[in-house]
Write a protein that binds this ligand. Structure first.
Ligand code: ADP
Ligand code: MG
Length: 468
């Protein structure tokens, strides 16, 4: 061990980042502790492997550039994982100092618990509000949800310390409730974390009921004294002003005591209406992660997992058939499976490709209007502007490409039944908000330039004629 010590540069770098970044960003991603220095390197520690990967990707270059700027020499930053120790039992009225946490002596990795699970005489029973099959084991990770799933695992292993609060958002049936409850199940079972799961609707009902019965203090006691609060489907709170107010206080009490709070929502918080500004800013604090519809491979894997869980056998060609035809969400995927299995049990006949095709004709849905596919729309619009479909779906953002792309999105939105989420996927895996934004741009332009309508009509006709 030499006598290098770059800690002073590290400290100064942190100081500068603190003023350069927003408070939120800094407190979220600079939970980094200086460890030691080498000849031309500096070792720091972070609380989890997931955190390390995120920090490296987001900030490593920037940190190294800053250290160069400060010290005049190249200092490589190396990361190690040292899970932070959770306070044993923080006094309820004393906020936990986030950055003062100590480290475990042993060097543990991300998948090992940072605190030994409490010794239990008997296995824990099932949590009264959590479904026991909603676990990480039964959750299939694909590219559509890997960021959210990894963040969820990190939270379950470090409740209250890493990403607090966390908001999981995405369309119906994409696994928000499953993922949220998987966090609850793991933290409750392995960390003895006092956990409450409730839908925003029931939270509202319970609150209203407590007012009626003069029991608001009991209500507060219950929600302010938990270690982890999971509130599902917060879009329900729109217009519920008094409940919003109460949740705001609940949020502050838990947040100040470093208790984990997780929400789910069917859309990004920015799209919620009738929500108080201060509650909105609380929801947006911390980590916001989205769930997208799974791709074909992930759909097959999910089906296989569900089949395994039910202990039945379904031929793989049937799995492929279902996965190919049902792309909207996981709930529909599962419903088709249930239908096939129920039918097989009733008739005591095995599921075959033919029987499945017949059974699922309805679920596969009527073809979209006029059989127009997004592919056709993209081809026609691209051709019209002397581009290729790849340009339309690609990443380029020059005007020459982005206007035709927005136009194609707009037309697709007008003449097909696809949701903005599905359209986003078809347009190069973009977010649904990008599609909405694109459509909005065209609408604005239509107001200013009526001639655009002629172009759109022309394109519509070409799209209709394309297949005939
Ligand atoms: P949401 O709350 O987003 O509407 P849910 O969590 O209720 O969706 O999920 C709907 C169904 O799909 C549940 O049965 C859930 O187990 C299943 N599901 C969703 N995503 C996955 C996944 N990645 N792996 C396994 N099952 C999933
Ligand atoms: Mg749900």
């Amino acid at each position: 061990m030499g006598s290098w010590d770059y800690s002073i540069f590290w400290k100064e770098a942190l100081n500068q980042f603190k003023s350069e970044l927003t408070e939120q960003e800094f407190s979220m991603w600079f939970n980094i502790e200086y460890e030691t220095s080498g000849e031309s390197s500096l070792l720091v520690s972070v609380p989890s492997a997931f955190y390390r990967d995120q920090v490296k990707q987001r900030y490593q270059n920037r940190i190294e550039a800053k250290l160069f700027e400060l010290s005049g020499q190249h200092i490589d930053v190396e990361f190690e994982v040292k899970p932070r120790k959770r306070e044993e039992s923080p006094a309820a009225n004393k906020p936990v100092q986030r950055n003062e946490s100590t480290f475990e002596v042993q060097r543990s990795t991300y998948s090992q618990p940072y605190r030994a699970a409490p010794v239990q005489e008997a296995p824990r029973e099932t949590h009264p509000q959590l479904r026991k099959d909603y676990t990480f084991d039964s959750f299939v990770i694909g590219e559509n949800n890997s960021f959210a799933a990894n963040a969820a695992i990190a939270i379950a292993k470090n409740p209250g310390t890493l990403y607090n609060p966390c908001l999981i958002y995405g369309g119906v049936g994409l696994g928000k409730t499953h993922l949220m409850q998987a966090i609850g199940n793991m933290a409750w079972k392995e960390r003895d974390c006092k956990t409450i799961y409730i839908t925003a609707e029931n939270f509202t009902n319970e609150f209203v009921e407590s007012i009626k019965n003069n029991k608001t203090q009991d209500f507060k006691n219950k929600y302010h004294k938990t270690d982890m609060l999971l509130i599902d489907d917060i879009h329900f709170l729109q217009k519920k002003n008094e409940t919003q107010e109460e949740l705001f206080h609940t949020f502050n009490a838990l947040y100040d005591a470093s208790k984990q709070i997780i929400f789910t929502c069917d859309r990004p918080v920015s799209e919620l209406k009738n929500l108080s500004e201060r509650l909105r800013s609380r929801f947006e604090r911390g980590l916001n992660v989205d769930l997208l519809p799974p791709n074909y491979e992930t759909r097959c894997a999910i089906l296989a997992k569900k089949i395994e869980a039910r202990g039945t056998l379904i031929p793989s060609e049937v799995i492929n058939l279902v996965a190919k035809n049902i792309s909207s969400n996981v709930r529909d995927l599962e419903a088709s499976l249930t239908k096939l299995i129920a039918y097989a049990e009733l008739t005591k006949k095995p599921v075959t490709l033919e029987s499945a095709q017949q059974q699922l004709r309805d679920s596969f849905g009527a073809p979209k209007q006029n059989n127009v596919t997004i592919d056709t729309i993209q081809k026609v619009v691209a051709e019209y502007f002397s581009l290729s479909s790849t340009d339309i779906k690609g990443k380029k953002r020059t005007k020459a490409v982005s206007f035709p792309r927005q136009l194609a999105m707009y037309i697709a939105r007008e003449i097909t039944e696809y949701s903005t989420t599905e359209l986003g996927m078809e347009f190069g895996g973009r977010d649904h908000t990008t599609v909405m934004h694109g459509c909005q741009k065209i609408e604005e332009r239509l107001k200013a330039e009526p001639s655009l309508e002629t172009t759109i009509n022309k394109l519509n006709k070409m799209i209709k004629d394309y297949n005939s």
